[in-house]
Design a protein. Structure first.
Length: 583
């Protein structure tokens, strides 16, 4: 056994070796730390600064609000209001999922489904919890101070007129993209361009300081429509009352400015509340005045008269034999309500004689008749630019078939939209000029300038037809209920058997009226179509004509259009005097 002194001598070299080893290890660690510090602070300082910033700096979008839509007087139809949307960073909240229970409860979200959704999107940095939250709700959520839960400033579209202009204005979706109507047609004009900025986020992922604005947000541009909000409301209210009164399936009405072709009012029934789309049905959103076609019935007769006068073969005073009240054409019978005997051309309109208008149509060249309908815009879109506008139908087959020609003369075998029919009547109102239809406000008219258009008939023809149509509004005419006190009115009623699968329904009708006011120098044209009135009355003169009277009575006052039929007695009662004191 080795002695104690011998073991002591052996341990001294071992202890020295250990000391050297420890010293070398510390030297290596120090050298490594020094090298790392040198690398981070000097050699790669910019890289690590960028990495640090990346964990705090974020580039976020700056929302841009959509442009307002206003009427011709600047009254709002669509505006954008600032709102908050609540979102989360899944990479942050996934570490504290239990803290989301309180958030889910406030937002009425299923906790289990929410956590599953977060796990599925764990690699993302952005996930919506609730879009367009109320300010109160957003404040309550943020008061919980849950890491990774944030607010995003956005805009929500609001429509002050609600259902009154819903079909024309349309609506945008939650991402501010136009979906229907004017919102869709002018989406690029209205839509804003988002900006960008850099922000610093705190440990909870919330932005607390703006660092740099990379690009400013560009708001959408304002759109000024031709609609008059006052007239729009009046037309809507009156049409809705008529549809309810007659228990009708639907209805449409259009008012056009004769001098500019501008749409002043356009309404449909049934409508929908564009601000509350929870119960919205797709079929309820279509603008029937532009997208739905129908056979115009007797409202086609003035246009056929215009074609006859333009042909040169007819004069307003020429007579037509309509007795015995019916006629046969190639095995088909055309009938009147009764035997009207001999009628001049104005009388054919006044009595709405199918026999009379058929004989007038067949007495002119087929090409002349068809060409007039075509020039008035039938069979083609009006060019209004409204999404989904229908072109209607104008068949060439009628040129070779006398019965089809006769049927077209009183509005069967041709299909139009309410807007197309109003457009055609505007040519008669404008002394033979057909102006393009527009939903946009036109400054030209405000400076006393009329919008240019295409001449489709002579001045003499247009005025002669207007004079004939005034007889329709007389006590002996079918449209007497369209009369407006102190104003001359020209128009035409229409009553059409509704076309259904397999033919025409015997007991289902469309009630129509198309007219203009004042008749001598028209300012406005209006078309009303009521689909399937079901309370016992179905004639256009009983159902649609009163709508014209009520709307135009208000329109004359709203637009300050002077009466043209005030009697001397009324002038005396009003005390109207000249500068010399004479009445």
């Amino acid at each position: 056994m080795k002695s104690y002194h011998h073991r002591q001598r052996e341990s001294k070299p071992l202890t020295a070796w250990r000391r050297v080893t420890v010293a070398v290890v510390f030297m290596l660690l120090g050298t490594t730390l020094l090298a790392k510090t040198l690398d981070m602070q000097i050699l790669r300082s910019e890289f690590f600064e960028r990495q640090g910033d990346a964990r705090q700096l974020r580039t976020v979008a700056i929302s841009a609000h959509r442009g307002d839509i206003v009427d011709r007087n600047g009254e709002p139809f669509a505006v954008s209001a600032p709102v908050n949307s609540i979102w989360i960073n899944p990479q942050v909240v996934i570490e504290n999922l239990d803290e989301l229970n309180r958030v889910a409860k406030l937002l009425s979200l299923d906790v289990i489904s929410l956590k599953q959704k977060i796990r599925r999107n764990a690699g993302r940095e952005f996930l919506y919890l609730k879009r367009h939250a109320s300010p109160e709700l957003a404040e309550q959520v943020m008061a919980l101070k849950v890491p990774g839960v944030n607010l995003l400033n956005e805009y929500r579209r609001y429509y002050p007129s609600g259902e009154v202009a819903a079909h024309v204005i349309g609506f945008s979706d939650i991402d501010d993209n136009g979906q229907e109507g004017i919102e869709l047609a002018f989406n690029e004009w209205l839509k804003g361009v988002p900006g960008k900025k850099r922000v610093i986020r705190d440990r909870l992922g919330r932005a607390f300081d703006d660092v740099e604005r990379i690009k400013s947000a560009e708001p959408g541009k304002e759109l000024k429509l031709s609609l008059d909000k006052r007239l729009q409301y009046l037309t809507y209210r009156t049409l809705k009352a008529a549809v309810l009164k007659h228990n009708a399936v639907a209805g449409s009405a259009v008012v056009l400015d004769v001098h500019s072709g501008e749409v002043l009012a356009m309404v449909n029934q049934p409508s929908f509340n564009v601000n509350d789309r929870r119960q919205l049905q797709p079929q309820a959103t279509r603008n029937r005045a532009v997208t739905d076609v129908f056979e115009p019935g007797s409202t086609m007769k003035p246009l056929t008269i215009a074609a006859a006068l333009e042909s040169g073969r007819w004069k307003p005073f020429y007579k037509v034999e309509t007795g015995p009240g019916y006629m046969r054409i190639k095995g088909n019978t055309i009938r009147d309500e009764r035997n009207y005997g001999d009628l001049d051309m104005g009388g054919v309109l006044e009595k709405s004689s199918n026999v009379g208008i058929s004989k007038i149509a067949l007495a002119m060249d087929a090409e002349t008749q068809w060409s007039m309908y075509r020039k008035l815009g039938f069979g083609a879109v009006t060019g209004s630019g409204f999404p989904g506008e229908a072109s209607g139908q104008l068949s060439l087959n009628a040129l070779n078939n006398d019965f089809e020609r006769a049927s077209m003369a009183f509005g069967y075998g041709v299909s139009v939209t309410p807007l197309q029919l109003a457009h055609a009547y505007s040519a008669i109102a404008a002394d033979g000029i057909l102006r393009p239809v527009s939903f946009l406000y036109d400054e030209k008219k405000q400076h006393g300038k009329e919008v240019e258009g295409q001449r489709v008939m002579s001045v003499e023809t247009a005025r002669a037809v207007r004079k004939m149509m005034q007889r329709v509004i007389s006590d002996k005419g079918t449209g007497k209920r369209a009369a407006v006190a102190n104003y001359s009115v020209a128009g035409k009623t229409g009553t059409v058997h509704k076309f259904i699968a397999g033919g025409y329904a015997e007991d289902r009708y469309l009630s129509i009226f198309a007219g203009m006011i004042p008749a001598d120098k028209p300012e406005l044209v209006m078309v009303i179509m009521v689909d399937e009135p079901r309370n016992g009355e179905h004639f256009g003169g009983l159902v649609a004509a009163p709508v014209f009277s009520q709307v135009m009575s208000g329109a004359m006052r709203l637009l300050d259009i002077a009466p043209d039929r005030i009697s001397k007695k009324q002038l005396m009662n009003a005390g109207t005097k000249t500068a010399g004191g004479k009445v």
